[in-house]
Structures are given as C-alpha cells and as structure tokens.
Design a protein around this ligand. Structure first.
Ligand code: ADP
Ligand code: MG
Length: 610
C-alpha cells in the first residue's frame, strides 16, 4: 500500500472548500456525476477511434444510497484510473488547481460554481464527507484496480484491490452535518436539477432520470413542431404552449446551442424572469443568465448551452468577456431575424401574436440600437378599433396627408385607454385621423424613447387637445355668438371654474362637438405619468396639480339657451354642471366637487319639471 501526503503548500484545502461552498453543498453531486460522464465520454471517444477495442457494455452511471452505512456512491463504467493516474489526477493535478483557486479567490465570497473549473470538482465531495473512497479500474489492458482513500486531512492511502468491472466508483461517507443528503427525495431532486439532460444515462434506484438527447442537441432539421413543443413541456410542465421558438446552433467563433421559447404573455403581466437555464455540455449550471442573454430577452424561456461561457469568474467579469458579448449579440440578431421572417412570411400570424411579441420588440428597440434598426421594419401599431396594424411606414402613408404638422413632423395619435378616451377617439376619427392603441406597460417609456430616435415623428395622445388642435393649434376662434354673448359666456365660466390649474378658453368648434372639452397637454401629462411610475428625481411632478385646458365650444346650441336664462343662479349652475361633466368624463372630478355635482344635478332635474 502506498501512503502519502497530498501536497498543499498554502494551507489545508478542505476548510476552504467547505467555506466557499457552504451555501451550495448540493453541487458535489453535479461535480461527481459530471466526472463520471466525462470518463464515459472519453471511453466512447477511445472506442470510436479504435483505441479501445473491447465491449462498451453497460455504460450507465449509477447513483446509490446506503442509509445504513451512510454512504452515497457514484459508479460509472468509463475509462477508470490506474494507480499512476489517481496519483496524477487526484493527488497532484487537483491540488495545483486548488492552489490556483486559492490564489485567485482568497477573500472573495462568490466562489460557488467555480470549483469544478479549477480541477477541484472531485474535492467538492469533501464538503459533505468525512471520508471518500475511490475504487477504480482502468480500461487499459491488464491494469490493476486501485482503491484510494482520504478522510479530509492531507493524508491519503492508495492500494491495489480486486474490482471486476471497468470504471470508477466514488464512495462518500457522509458526515454528520450533511445527513440531509441521505434522503432519496433530496438526491432525486438534486439529480433532476443538475443531471436532467446529461448525455449518459444516470440511474437512481433503478430508474433513469435523464433525457440523454434533449431537443437542443439535435439539428433543427431533425425536429418537428411537436418535438419543440414536447421539449417545452419537459422543461415547464405547467406552462401554456409557447408562441414560437428559436433554435440556436453555432459552432464558430464560439460554441452555442439552445432553444429559446417565446412564452405567451397575458395582459395580467405575469412575467417570469429567470426562466432560461444555462448548461455547459448538458450539465446544468445556473438560471442566472444576465449579460449572456440581453436584458430585453430575459422574459424568454428555454435553454442555452455553451462550454465557452466562463463560469470560473465573477459576474462583473462576465460582462466584459468577449465570448459573452458575442453570444449576447448573436442571440439578439437571431431573435430579430426570426421576428422579421415571421413578419414577412406570415403577417397575420405575427399580428395575432403581437400582444405578446410587442412587449419584447418595444423593450428591445429602447435598449438596443442594432435591434431597433431591424425592428423598425416589423414594429406594428394597432388601430384603436383593433385588427388593423400599421408599420411605421404604413402609418405614415395612411396619415401623413392630415397629420403632418407645421414643422413637417408626422403626428402619431394614440390612446392609452380607448374605452375611457372614447369621446376623444371619436372626435379624432371624425376628422379623419388614424388613432392607434398604446395601452401596455412599456408604451409610455417606449413613446418618449422612440420619439428621440425616429426622425420627424411626434406622438400625441388623443386627449392632449381638442381634435382641431391635435396636429396644429387652430387659431381660428370665430363663433356663432356675438362679441357680447362671448364675453358674457366667458365671464360666467371663469366665475364658476375657479380651480387655478384649469385654463378656460372659448372656441368655435363644430356644433356637434361636446359643449365643454377638457384636455391635458401632452408634455405635462407625460411628466406626471412618469413621476407616478417612480421616475427618478421627478416625484415633485406627481404632487403638482394636473394642468388642464377647458375648451368651451361656443357653437354648441346649449349656450343660446343658457344665455337666454333670466335666473342668474340657475344659469350659473348650468354652466358649472357642464364644466363638471367634462371633468367627470376625464376622471378629474372627485371628492367634495363630485358630491356637489351630484347634488346640483338632482336639483337641476327637479327644477326642470316646471
Ligand atoms: P476536472 O473534472 O475539472 O478535471 P476534477 O477534480 O473533477 O476536475 O477531476 C480531476 C481529474 O480526476 C479528472 O480530470 C479525471 O482525470 C479524474 N477523474 C475524476 N473522476 C473520474 C472518474 N469518475 N473516472 C475517471 N477519472 C476521473
Ligand atoms: Mg470534474
């Protein structure tokens, strides 16, 4: 028997391994099963090049639990190790990795996930074990089987033993603090998390837990729509069917495979982030894919697999990594191309999905210039009446004749709540304007963002002004009233409408237009909307009273009656009621003012009898 001391120059590795991985002990299973997979894959490679000429036989990896002996065993039928190899790969190499690791990560707390990438994977077993044994028999002809043992101190034992089967068994004697792992349910759930898609069968209690050929590892040409949908179900058993998907498959200049699914997004905005899982050669790594996947696509679901994403570095480093940057850009391009293709090949289908897609597209356009350049072609605006969609170019064609203002800007008219803003929508439509819906969460931010990027375009909400003034201020104020009547009407209105934030103006609109129209200027309203959504440093806007324009349509026939009224008190009440009605229709009448309005209305109706 060989005895020796594991060479650790700096200090004892085990307390450090324990400290680093304290919160994530379960990864020892991932590391050891990964090693078993690696060993099996190596053997398959040797067989395929003709170096290994024997029978591969059963190559399943088996995870065994012995509650009585308090052991977890991971057994494979891979290449195995000779005594020299154990010495080299376990005693020496692992520890040079350990030293490098120590040098780099001393004093840092974010050591999770990195262990395996410093050749330390095997030693993660010591996080949960008081003793670890290796039984191994190499594939090489005539190799003697060996047993290695270490109890976590720098001393190990290595001896020859008899072992029939080729391959390696790692036996972990679980320590007292880690007895939670001596539970079938726990082991099964850890295996399901990390090993679900490993390329070699992994069995636990006689049952294979993994799908060795998940959809993303296949060629797109080998897969049907149903295959993609079934794989989605495999990933998210309870989710609604996805809208569509993108199969990523790159091998140069970086290696990336995966399938990204677009989930259906309902109006309730049950948006779930962290639904993309990152794999490295089919080993689950993390569901934190920030930086790898562009922010605006974090709502996608699915899997990406890349051995080229560095896992052995901190998050801040990941941001600057050239491969990560390239992968991020590649994903953005793929998504844009896919959307473009869908738009061109099946516009109807594209429009039907717009409610869900639109969110990504708008968010993407705001945050990514390159994406915006492409998306300009397929972003669509939906008419308030629904069903009709315009690209930016199409909107221009439909609206430019009537909706180009004096500065030469195309004014895109929109409603954020078509039902509530119905009277304004109707007024605009009567003028022949095209009004689109902008009712989703991102729209207000999207509007201000895109206005700055699209040249010669301006967005105006349909209730920002009376219809006559939406495109350009109409200075023609002629009314059917005499100057005296106008003066009188204005006088009653200003006496009745005393709120300092309301500006009253007399105009000669169409007789069919409302007698009083309340509007909120675009700029001020946007500021307030942003402030109420918590816009940085703007909270003072939220506290400001609304800036309101009250347009009195002096051409409305009701005013001839009111001006004829001899009872001054009644006349004032009628005017006040008209003003309140307009405020009410914009949700701007509340509290005591609303109560007074209700009481006054009842009183006016009672008087109307005589
Ligand atoms: P890494 O997997 O990153 O190389 P590990 O500490 O996990 O680092 O393993 C160290 C080395 O030990 C492996 O590279 C491999 O040569 C050897 N090894 C570990 N587990 C096995 C196994 N089950 N079968 C064969 N060799 C193994
Ligand atoms: Mg390893």
């Amino acid at each position: 028997m060989q005895k020796g001391a594991i060479r650790v120059q700096t200090e004892n590795i085990f307390p450090i391994i324990k400290k680093f991985l304290y919160s994530d002990h379960e990864i020892f299973i991932r590391e050891l099963v990964s090693n078993a997979v690696d060993a099996t894959q190596k053997l398959k490679t040797l067989a395929s090049v003709g170096e290994f000429k024997g029978e591969l036989g059963n190559i399943d990896i088996e995870v065994r639990l012995d509650k009585e002996k308090k052991t977890i065993t991971i057994a494979d039928h891979g290449v195995g190790m000779t005594a020299e190899e154990v010495d080299k790969y376990i005693n020496q190499v692992a520890f040079s990795g350990a030293e490098e690791f120590l040098k780099k990560y001393k004093g840092q707390e974010n050591g999770t996930n990195i262990i395996g990438h410093f050749g330390l994977g095997f030693y993660s077993s010591f996080m949960v074990s008081s003793k670890v044994e290796i039984f191994s028999k190499s594939w090489k002809d005539g190799a003697a089987a060996v047993r290695w043992e270490c109890d976590g101190s720098p001393e190990y034992e290595l001896e020859e033993v008899t072992k029939e089967e080729r391959g390696t068994e790692i036996v972990m004697h679980i320590n007292e603090e880690s007895e939670e792992f001596l539970d079938e349910g726990r082991i099964r759930s850890i295996l399901t998390k990390f090993c679900k898609f490993l390329p070699v069968p992994v069995k636990f209690e006689g049952q294979q837990l993994n799908n060795t050929t998940p959809a993303w590892t296949k060629k797109p040409s080998e897969l049907t729509t149903e295959d993609y949908q079934n794989f989605y179900k495999e990933l998210y058993p309870f989710a609604e069917a996805p809208l569509f998907w993108i199969h990523l498959n790159v091998d140069y200049p970086f290696n990336l495979t995966g399938i990204l699914y677009f989930p259906k997004i309902t109006k309730s905005y049950e948006i779930q982030k962290d639904k993309i899982n990152l794999y490295s050669n089919q080993v689950y790594v993390t569901d934190e894919v920030k930086d790898i996947v562009p922010e605006f696509l974090m709502l996608l679901h699915g899997v990406i697999d890349s051995p080229d994403i560095p896992l052995n570095v901190s998050r801040s480093y990941l941001q600057g990594d050239p491969n990560v940057k390239k992968i991020n850009a590649h994903i953005t391009k793929k998504v844009a191309d896919k959307l473009d293709e869908m738009f061109r090949n099946d516009r109807k289908g594209f429009e039907e999905k717009w409610e869900s897609i639109g969110l990504f597209v708008k968010y993407g356009m705001m945050t990514d210039e390159k994406f915006m350049d492409k998306a300009n072609k397929f972003l669509v605006l939906e008419n308030v009446d629904g069903g009709t969609f315009y690209t930016r170019e199409e909107y221009k064609t439909a609206a430019e004749a009537l909706q180009t203002n004096k500065e030469g800007k195309l004014v895109i008219l929109y409603a954020t709540n078509p039902v509530q803003q119905d009277s304004y929508v109707q007024a605009a439509k009567n003028k022949g304007f095209v009004v689109v819906k902008m009712e989703t969460l991102v729209d207000s931010a999207f509007i201000s963002n895109i206005e700055a990027k699209w040249e010669n375009v301006q967005f105006t909400r349909v209730d920002a002004d009376i219809a006559d003034n939406l495109i350009d201020k109409d200075e023609n104020n002629n009314t059917v009233l005499t100057a005296d009547q106008e003066g009188k009407l204005k006088e009653i209105f200003t006496a009745q409408v005393t709120q300092p934030n309301i500006k009253v103006e007399l105009k000669g609109l169409n007789a069919e237009s409302q007698p009083v129209i309340v509007t909120r200027p675009e700029f001020m309203r946007r500021m307030k909307d942003m402030a109420s959504m918590g816009g940085g440093g703007m909270s003072w806007y939220a506290a400001m009273p609304d800036e309101i324009n009250m347009t009195v349509n002096a051409n409305h026939p009701v005013y001839l009656n009111i001006l004829d009224e001899k009872d001054n008190a009644l006349q004032e009440k009628q005017v006040k009621n008209l003003a309140d009605l307009a405020l009410l229709s914009q949700n701007l009448l509340t509290g005591a003012d609303l109560t007074a309005f209700v009481n006054r209305s009842v009183e006016l109706m009672a008087n109307a009898k005589k």
